[in-house]
Design a binder for this molecule. Structure first.
Ligand SMILES: [Zn+2]
Length: 331
């Protein structure tokens, strides 16, 4: 292990870890959130987690944290029996690389994880934001005319600028009604003369394989809408149907839920928390940052993933997070 993390970094982390355990890390739960784990680095997304980065992050977790299955961690959080430096690993959306790239690394370190899957994109679907990224990736030339979307033209001369252009479009479209947004995505693909390649999402059999490997499958709605933008009946159907579909696919109970986009009060409200309870889930996670404390709401557990590029900084930030209560939720 030491050779992986660097023996000095490893030693420093161990020291900080025991300090945090003594001074307040106990009783808190750090839930990490991932989306994609790329097989290899992507020039357009230089900071994205790839197999090499995920590899050292999991090595670090295995060595310095007590990684628990999320259902067990939620139970022990309620009972007050969490071990020090308790952590969970979660993935949102249902990318195929979670199965192909992340699963073997998790298995290498014998770490449990939960995969929150939006069912509409299984077996060949594309989430709208990924379609936008693909459009910008394939766009020819140095500039992209975004006037039809009501945006100024963007330079796409470098991979970094392409990323910036894609993020600008995604921010513009995120809170539009789904139909309107989909129209804009098609328009965007035409503007860029882009063709969608093979879907980056999981197949149903990959969901089953994760479940058979002992991983937890969690609900993430059917089509990944911003729940706060839907009427009550549609929001409830998204939550409950996603659960039923995943139970049918995996053959197991789906106990956990992740709110799409996940910002309390913005992406979901109190009524959606009640719907999640009514649908039969046992707990749910948001994307509010922080560590969950014993007194927190187990239907709005905060999550946190350090963005640091080195093991020592990553580990320190995670330990620091374990001392911080999750943001208070006023949804
Ligand atoms: Zn998501």
């Amino acid at each position: 292990m030491a050779h992986k993390l660097g023996s000095l970094a490893s030693l420093a982390l161990r020291g900080v870890g025991s300090l945090i355990a003594r001074t307040g890390g106990r009783g808190r739960l750090s839930i990490l959130v991932y989306h994609r784990v790329l097989a290899r680095a992507d020039a357009m997304f230089a900071g994205e987690v790839d197999a090499a980065v995920f590899g050292w992050q999991m090595a670090l977790l295995a060595e310095h944290f007590q990684v628990l299955p999320l259902p067990e961690a939620v139970r022990r959080l309620r009972d007050g029996t969490l071990p020090p430096r308790a952590a969970c690993v979660t993935f949102d959306d249902g990318y195929a690389d979670n199965h192909d790239v992340a699963l073997p690394i998790l298995q290498k370190w014998q770490l449990p994880a939960t995969f929150f899957v939006a069912t509409a994109y299984l077996d060949g679907g594309w989430m709208w934001n990924d379609a936008v990224i693909e459009a910008v990736r394939q766009a020819p030339g140095q500039h992209l005319d975004l006037a039809p979307l009501g945006l100024p033209a963007c330079s796409i001369a470098t991979p970094r600028l392409r990323r910036k252009a894609a993020m600008t479009v995604i921010a513009r479209l995120k809170y539009l009604p789904p139909d309107r947004r989909q129209t804009d995505v098609w328009r965007m693909l035409r503007l860029a003369s882009a063709k969608l390649p093979a879907s980056p999402m999981m197949s149903s059999s990959q969901v089953r394989a994760l479940h058979s490997a002992g991983m937890e499958i969690g609900g993430h709605t059917v089509s990944h809408p911003i729940l706060a933008g839907l009427d009550s009946a549609a929001a409830y159907a998204e939550i409950a149907d996603g659960k039923a579909q995943l139970e049918q696919i995996s053959g197991g109970a789906v106990q956990l839920f992740a709110y799409p986009n996940g910002k309390p009060g913005k992406d979901y409200r109190h009524e959606h928390v009640e719907m999640v309870k009514r649908s039969g889930f046992a707990a749910a996670v948001s994307t509010a940052w922080g560590a969950a404390g014993a007194g927190g709401d187990s239907f709005q557990l905060p999550r946190f993933t350090p963005w640091d590029g080195t093991p020592l900084r990553f580990g320190l930030r995670l330990l620091q997070n374990a001392r911080r209560e999750g943001e208070l939720v006023g949804a």
